[in-house]
Design a protein around this ligand. Sequence first.
Ligand SMILES: CCCCCCCC/C=C\CCCCCCCC(=O)N[C@@H](COP(=O)(O)O)[C@H](O)/C=C/CCCCCCCCCCCCC
Length: 216
Amino acid sequence: MAVALEDQKFSLQEVLDTFKLCLSENKEVHLEQYVAGWRGLVRFMNSLGSVFSFISKDAVNKIQILVNHLNSETGAHYVTIQSMVRYELDNQLVDLTKRGSFPESGCRTLLRLHRALRWLELFLERLRTSTEDSKTSAMCSEAYNESLSQHHPWIIRKAAGTAFWALPGRAQFFDVMNVGVPDQVVAMLGDAMPLISEVYQVTEDLYAQNNLLELP
Ligand SMILES: CCCCCCCC/C=C\CCCCCCCC(=O)N[C@@H](COP(=O)(O)O)[C@H](O)/C=C/CCCCCCCCCCCCC
């Protein structure tokens, strides 16, 4: 019997596998798979409750901007993050010092998700090494404070901190991930982490080489 898409059980393994697909052998990051990975993560976050919807809205908005670039007539330049950066810089399509004509450039939009990927990397590593009595809210908030929060104003930091309190405990969180017993979750995270870290590092190096890490 066919199962409707919305009835299919969420599998975090599949989402993390999508990130695996976005890195080619020559270390190019494919944008279509990168945004597909984010879409899956947002779906997971939505399943945790409406308290996260302000975060989800922002992420969806940024994903959509990138999808619009991919589907535009210049979409061929957006196949990889590397080609996107080259194209937008060569054609002066990026606001480099202050917000101006290009508030939806691929480079600045992806930078926001890239910073969030660092949060994810830190959060997953904490989850992987956590114990039964570790608190997901504390792990999430520590990861956030070490990464994304440095780019957010007080009001966003406050709202994010409040939302983290609504995270389910570790056991329930592992359950929603739908990977298996805790040992299987830990093993899956151990496999996924190096890939996420590599995607993060390749993007970080590309942005650093092009002085794009502080785009307004
Ligand atoms: C095995 C565990 C899996 C964990 C799965 C986590 C799923 C997370 C899914 C999505 C993460 C959210 C990505 C958020 C992108 C935020 C981008 C950003 O920084 N935007 C701000 C700046 O944008 P501009 O104004 O410059 O355009 C914007 O101001 C942000 C607004 C919303 C608040 C963002 C708070 C981010 C907290 C990230 C932690 C998410 C916690 C989820 C808990 C599972």
